[in-house]
Design a protein around this ligand. Sequence first.
Ligand SMILES: *[C@@H]1O[C@H](CO)[C@@H](O)[C@H](O)[C@H]1NC(C)=O
Ligand SMILES: *[C@@H]1O[C@H](CO)[C@@H](O)[C@H](O)[C@H]1NC(C)=O
Ligand SMILES: *[C@@H]1O[C@H](CO)[C@@H](O)[C@H](O)[C@H]1NC(C)=O
Ligand SMILES: *[C@@H]1O[C@H](CO)[C@@H](O)[C@H](O)[C@H]1NC(C)=O
Ligand SMILES: *[C@@H]1O[C@H](CO)[C@@H](O)[C@H](O)[C@H]1NC(C)=O
Ligand SMILES: *[C@@H]1O[C@H](CO)[C@@H](O)[C@H](O)[C@H]1NC(C)=O
Ligand SMILES: *[C@@H]1O[C@H](CO)[C@@H](O)[C@H](O)[C@H]1NC(C)=O
Ligand SMILES: *[C@@H]1O[C@H](CO)[C@@H](O)[C@H](O)[C@H]1NC(C)=O
Ligand SMILES: *[C@@H]1O[C@H](CO)[C@@H](O)[C@H](O)[C@H]1NC(C)=O
Length: 527
Amino acid sequence: MAILLLLALPLLLYSPSLSSASDSLTKGSSLLVENTNDLLISPSGTFIAGFFPVGDNAYCFAIWFDEPFCSNNCTIVWMANRDQPVNGKRSALSLLKSGNLILTDAGRITVWATDTVSESSVYLQLQESGNLVLNNSEGDILWQSFDFPTNTLLLLQPLSKDKQLVSSRSQTNYSSGFYKLLFDNDNVLHLLFASPSITSLYWPDPELLVFEAKRSTYNNSRRAYFDPLGNFSSSDKFFSKSADYGANFQRRLTIDSDGNLRLYSREDKRDAWTVSWQAISQPCIIHGICGPNSVCNYVPSSGRNCSCLRGFKMKDVTDWSLGCEPEIKLCSTNETNFLRLTHVQFYGYDYGFYPNYTLDRCKEVCSQRCDCPGFQFRFSKHGNPNNTPYCFVKFRLLNGYRSPSFEDDFYLKVPITIPLYPAPVEESRLHCAVEITKLDRVYTKIPENRTLKFLLWFASIVGAIEFTDCKPDVEGNYDKTQMKILVGVALKCANEDKDTRPTMRQVVEMLLQYEKHNSESVEFTIE
Ligand SMILES: *[C@@H]1O[C@H](CO)[C@@H](O)[C@H](O)[C@H]1NC(C)=O
Ligand SMILES: *[C@@H]1O[C@H](CO)[C@@H](O)[C@H](O)[C@H]1NC(C)=O
Ligand SMILES: *[C@@H]1O[C@H](CO)[C@@H](O)[C@H](O)[C@H]1NC(C)=O
Ligand SMILES: *[C@@H]1O[C@H](CO)[C@@H](O)[C@H](O)[C@H]1NC(C)=O
Ligand SMILES: *[C@@H]1O[C@H](CO)[C@@H](O)[C@H](O)[C@H]1NC(C)=O
Ligand SMILES: *[C@@H]1O[C@H](CO)[C@@H](O)[C@H](O)[C@H]1NC(C)=O
Ligand SMILES: *[C@@H]1O[C@H](CO)[C@@H](O)[C@H](O)[C@H]1NC(C)=O
Ligand SMILES: *[C@@H]1O[C@H](CO)[C@@H](O)[C@H](O)[C@H]1NC(C)=O
Ligand SMILES: *[C@@H]1O[C@H](CO)[C@@H](O)[C@H](O)[C@H]1NC(C)=O
């Protein structure tokens, strides 16, 4: 039957059409990945469950909000197999005669199962709350998706003991990411960064004691949920009202791939989601956000940016969470200096705390340790009645964060060959310090001085434009293709989210590619 269907409907394009969707699945029936109408719809049509495309010929069985025109970017609220997508052919969700609900990949292996058993008849239904429920004819609930959240809680869906929300890897990759919302052993609801090599709690503020954070450790029921009015509350006494508290809106609580926990709301399925509450207002506080050996800067317009420390380079130019790696191994040389970075702090990973050590003694401690990349030093009168210095010697540089409010200085160990001129942090991402107005499509026309300045600045960094004897001759004597590339970069800089800007290395690669082919093969999408 499945094979016949497959032959009959070979190349249907995905679209979340509602035409012949069923309202429940019974024993012996299946939802087939090829059949785009094999969907479960909640009674009033708020939610849809079915196979959702997550990549090239890759599908996950998911629940999402019904929204107009959301073909492959609908708001997913639950996934069965986020870390193991199935093939676009011969994959199915089947309710077996035994009562077990299974997801099979390409007609062969079972990638997911509810492991339920029932002698009597069973029904799989998507309720109006967004809960996918498997019940028997006695009305007992055998399994429900609300008990196995992925990255989102829906209205009145509790986060309970031993459950957690886990972020997606990125906005476009639905696999499990590094951020979690869970109750820890102290009965307190926490946000946790958990990469393969590092785990650290970052909410509530780890520098506060539990009671200072207005939480309680005494209620071990461990439950958190949000109510219809927009009050998110938890058994550890945490609660917070949404900005639109009281309104009868659609809502969802999601741990986003950037590690922030946000309550979203909207009046209607045709509206865009707005953030009505978030756990963290200063995104650089989120651990792991820029990876090791880098510094997070707070940028009012876009939230944050990341940059590598001097002497370090990005490990993977497409992924900041991997951070930066040293350009030169420091222990291969005994000749080191310390570069002072003002208002910079690296949270945690102290090898030791040395009270009342002078700067020179602190330097000495770090110099003598091969594994010491630097130290935090404070010599401030504020909050320091004895006027004694503090020296925190680090063994790893994580959670780097620059803020004018920090009185600390950080001293970075650098090879003696690196100049100590005062440029605190090496910027490795495209720098759009000069504000750019939209350029004309015609790349030879440069309408504004600011743009010109930017291009000159940019060119001097990349070394892409030939200058006549730094009078820069930008009006005439330049390579049109290179200029086109530069203008393209400038436009990217002006138009896009700052976090998605190309890095210097990518820009250089683009230019090198041009040189290799010596043709107009490098194209930017210029609006
Ligand atoms: C994807 O979602 C965004 C915002 O949610 C929306 O603006 C855009 O139109 C959607 N794209 C498609 C192809 O539906
Ligand atoms: C299964 O649950 C649904 C929704 O709660 C309900 O409508 C249905 O009657 C239940 N089935 C049985 C057999 O109890
Ligand atoms: C999504 O992320 C996972 C985990 O990091 C990775 O293994 C997978 O290759 C990624 N998928 C895509 C399409 O990039
Ligand atoms: C939100 O919920 C908490 C816990 O149930 C409660 O103490 C608080 O009063 C509620 N706030 C509002 C505005 O309803
Ligand atoms: C513990 O939290 C639950 C909510 O999860 C609440 O119903 C109960 O009253 C709380 N117990 C105490 C002693 O505060
Ligand atoms: C990051 O933000 C800081 C603070 O606004 C700014 O000084 C710096 O130039 C930015 N760096 C990059 C690479 O955009
Ligand atoms: C550094 O190493 C060089 C040669 O490797 C040696 O001559 C010099 O004495 C060393 N300096 C210190 C301070 O250990
Ligand atoms: C700090 O060290 C100095 C000498 O280096 C000493 O005079 C002073 O009493 C010390 N202060 C404290 C608070 O230990
Ligand atoms: C460019 O800037 C100079 C000096 O700032 C000014 O005199 C000139 O008019 C500007 N040109 C344009 C096109 O804005």
